[in-house]
Design a protein around this ligand. Structure first.
Ligand SMILES: NC(=O)c1ccc[n+]([C@@H]2O[C@H](COP(=O)([O-])OP(=O)(O)OC[C@H]3O[C@@H](n4cnc5c(N)ncnc54)[C@H](O)[C@@H]3O)[C@@H](O)[C@H]2O)c1
Length: 431
């Protein structure tokens, strides 16, 4: 096992920390680098700063047995490792373009300690061509040549929050290499932590593309369902029923409509393809339109709220609006890019008093989105309740618990008739 020994991982976040502790658990000596002193301090004591099933135990065991350490001397960590993995953030800038600052910084640091025989793996989600056109030229500032002196591979991460460890160790892993040797080395490496298939693709850019098209497919699929849902609302057709039944067709797989798309991947990755297409003089109209539709869904929810309030002689201004859930999807705390953020902003701009509850997202997270954190009872007492997130806890909400005259359900997890029978005005996306 030639690559067994020493790995430096750049980025100890939602993806980097589980990856680091999984490799350490398999006997690799892993050094972790991050830009957050408090997180580094906690990790160095064997405490996971990220709440993820199974992660605390892995961090504790691997830090205590000495296989996982944090490093503050980044170049020294690279100099004393054979494998470097980049899992740093790649957010979007104001113009919806990838901000590759952290990837460039990590590549620069690696170039300063790179040695013959090293393997560099990029896991961060990046626009197509980033490894070939940005990462490798920076690494070659070392004076070494990719392919001849060191190997480079790209492998996207597809694990979801709340199931990250299971998915990292079971999902199929896609690997693209600068050359065949790079792909082979990376494949052997990841076989240590996954029992899933390890699929080698032609090259680096193909692997980068795989990641982006997976999420773009899902974003476009959801946009299609959202558009269908809005048309069905006008026609008085239950879109949820229609979509469910359409999915009995063996070649149809429509996703469920909702208040918008959030999280670190779906709301961002399609823009990376648009950016690359624009660089080639293309517009990517379908992908761009899907983004417009999904980003417009909070406005549609606002319309549902204001139309329904009007039915009882009220308006958004001055009303109390209670949100059930702020996380971008069910059963997770993650509120990054959540549609709840736009919803809260618009409601406040229109003069509403916005309250929210979430069994997973901490109170400070709710406050950071601009809503006042309260308990579920208070939310159900507002002038209008809006179910934003399909947390399992909300599937048990009974009409008798709702003191509000209006319930807007943006996810199809409750039966409208139950509420309507109790005299509650119930509206849902697509119904
Ligand atoms: N979170 C997910 O569910 C998910 C899923 C698939 C892919 N990804 C991709 O993985 C990458 C990392 O995402 P994440 O969610 O783990 O991010 P995160 O924000 O949770 O963590 C990022 C980590 O990188 C560190 N960091 C920032 N700048 C750095 C630098 N210049 N050098 C070294 N470390 C640096 C931070 O301190 C932090 O530890 C992104 O490209 C993301 O798109 C994330």
């Amino acid at each position: 096992m030639t690559d067994k020994n020493k790995i430096t991982i750049f980025g100890l976040g939602h993806i980097g920390l589980p990856t680091a502790s999984l490799f350490a658990d398999k006997g690799f000596n892993v050094k972790g680098i991050a830009r957050d002193d408090e997180k580094l301090r906690l990790i160095s004591k064997g405490i996971s700063p990220i709440d993820e099933p199974g992660l605390s135990e892995l961090v504790k065991i691997t830090v205590e047995n000495g296989h996982f350490t944090v490093s503050y001397d980044e170049v020294e960590a690279v100099s004393s490792s054979n494998i470097m993995i980049i899992i740093v953030p790649t957010p979007m800038d104001e113009q919806n373009r990838a901000d590759l600052t952290a990837v460039k910084e990590a590549s620069k640091t690696i170039s300063q300690g790179l040695k013959k025989g090293d393997l560099v793996v990029v896991e961060s989600t990046v626009p197509q061509g980033t490894c070939d056109n940005i990462v490798i030229p920076i690494l070659e500032e070392s004076g070494l040549k990719a392919g001849e002196d060191f190997s480079v591979a790209y492998t996207p991460e597809r694990a979801i929050p709340n199931n990250t460890i299971y998915e990292m160790t079971h999902n199929a892993r896609v690997i693209g290499g600068y050359d065949e040797r790079s792909a082979d080395r990376a494949s052997e490496l990841y076989k240590h932590i996954t029992v899933g298939d390890v699929i080698k693709v032609k090259n680096l850019i193909t692997a980068e593309t795989v990641k982006l098209i997976e999420n773009t497919y899902r974003d476009a699929n959801i946009a299609l369902s959202n558009e269908i849902a809005m048309i069905c609302e006008e026609l008085g057709v239950d879109a949820i029923e229609a979509i469910k039944v359409a999915n009995y067709h063996p070649r149809v797989n429509l996703h469920i409509p909702g208040p918008g798309v959030g999280g670190h991947c779906l709301a961002i990755d399609p823009y990376f393809i648009v950016e690359t297409a624009k660089g080639k003089g293309m517009q990517a109209p379908l992908i761009s339109t899907a983004r417009i539709i999904n980003e417009g869904m909070p406005q549609h929810v606002i319309k549902l709220i204001s139309d329904t309030l009007a039915e009882v002689g009220q308006e958004i201004k001055g009303s109390t609006i209670g949100l059930l859930g702020v996380a971008y999807k069910g059963n997770v705390a993650d509120a990054r890019e959540t549609p709840a953020k736009d919803l809260i902003n618009i409601l406040k701009e229109k003069g509403a008093h916005v309250y929210a509850t979430d069994p997973y997202t901490p109170k400070e997270g709710i406050r950071a989105l601009g809503a006042e954190p309260v308990d579920m009872g208070q939310v159900l007492n507002c002038d209008c309740v809006v179910l934003v997130t399909d947390h399992d806890e909300y599937r048990d909400i009974k009409p008798e618990m709702v003191k509000s005259p209006i319930f807007i359900c943006t996810r199809p997890i409750l039966n409208p008739e139950d509420f309507e029978k109790s005299g509650i005005i119930f509206r849902g996306i697509g119904r």
